[in-house]
Ligand binder design. Sequence first.
Ligand code: ASP
Length: 416
Amino acid sequence: MQESSKKEAQRIGFAMIGGLIIGLIIHQFGLGSYSEYIKPLGTIFIRLLKMVIVPLVFSSIYMSMINLGTPEALGSMGRKAVGYYFLTTCIAVFFGIIFVNLINPGVGADLGTQGLQGLSAEMATKVSEQKGLYQTILGVLIDAIPSNPAAALANATVLQIIVFAIFMGVVALYNQEKSAPISKVMGSLEEMSLALTHAIMKFAPIGIFVLMIDVMARSGFTAIVSLSKYIATVLLGLLCHAVFLLFVACTRAKRSPLYILKGLSAPLFTAFSTSSSAATLPITMASVEENLGVKKETAKFVLPLGATINMDGTALYESVAAIFIAQAYGIDLTLAQQVIIFMTASLAAIGAAAIPGAGLITMSIVLGAVGLPLEGIGLILAVDRLLDMFRTTVNVFGDAVGTLVVDSLLKDETGK
Ligand code: ASP
């Protein structure tokens, strides 16, 4: 890891801890509303990160196609990535189901809930309009094809941008002479996007500091106490999964846990404070390549895809939350119902957008699949923002480790 990256990671770490402490103090003195005055700095940071997503994803995927050289190479990488996503998501859900059944956080939980009324009007509509599992997964597949690439780029619909870039990349591979000018522009756009990411990262300590103050200053601690068993269950599951991912990363990279964690500290802290895998993507891409030595072609393809469809933390959280709600309502789930939760939680995470609170919306798929009341979402609402920070961190960690795994498998295969 370069000296400058180390310093950058340290600054981000201090900023996060500093923001956390100051936010807690502000909250303690009942001055939470004052965080409004500094919040715009955090919002600017998130917007800057989002600003770079579209040019970065589009040019990186296109260039990774050009550098891979054949569609078969992309197929081989894609299969490995999807295999990894599938396996690790199932393992994450498994951890969730084991812990929630061992700890039983919902048994005897206070049902004094506001139901869906506790959600903002927009969220409540999204939750009640959420389609069933089949339609959601089919919807993800159909929606992945952009009927209007310009709209996909304009709306930053990442999966559509990935698909369009792959198509353009394949066409460019077969028409090298004709596509040469575009490829040159894309190469340059990619370099510029990365340079822009580095420039934005200089602002990360301030952005993260402010975001942490804001979240902490406005958090509701009474809910934290009454839902402490539930929070502990989710965190324990996430921790076990993170340790498992770390073990996989160390084994594949043949590096110490400290080396991996230090290399990924910037994206992990950013994920924690923004609660958005998408906003963190530019930083994850830079860190994986520069600090963990993953080949550019692998990172460029596997990370954007992972940020969109691979969400281990969200899948784990959804399984715990669904079973917690059943326990709170005194509903005994059969083994078959738990298996359905296992499957739907894994798949619902694919459908969740990489933005704050998305996991809460796709929760309704899991609840609906086993006939649990949608109003149960109101039970866990108060601590969702807090848990989102942790699950997004695990989501981003899972994406980064996945890139490392796919890269090392490819290196084993090709010997380079
Ligand atoms: N915030 C999460 C992410 O961006 C998604 C979720 O709500 O679980 O990865």
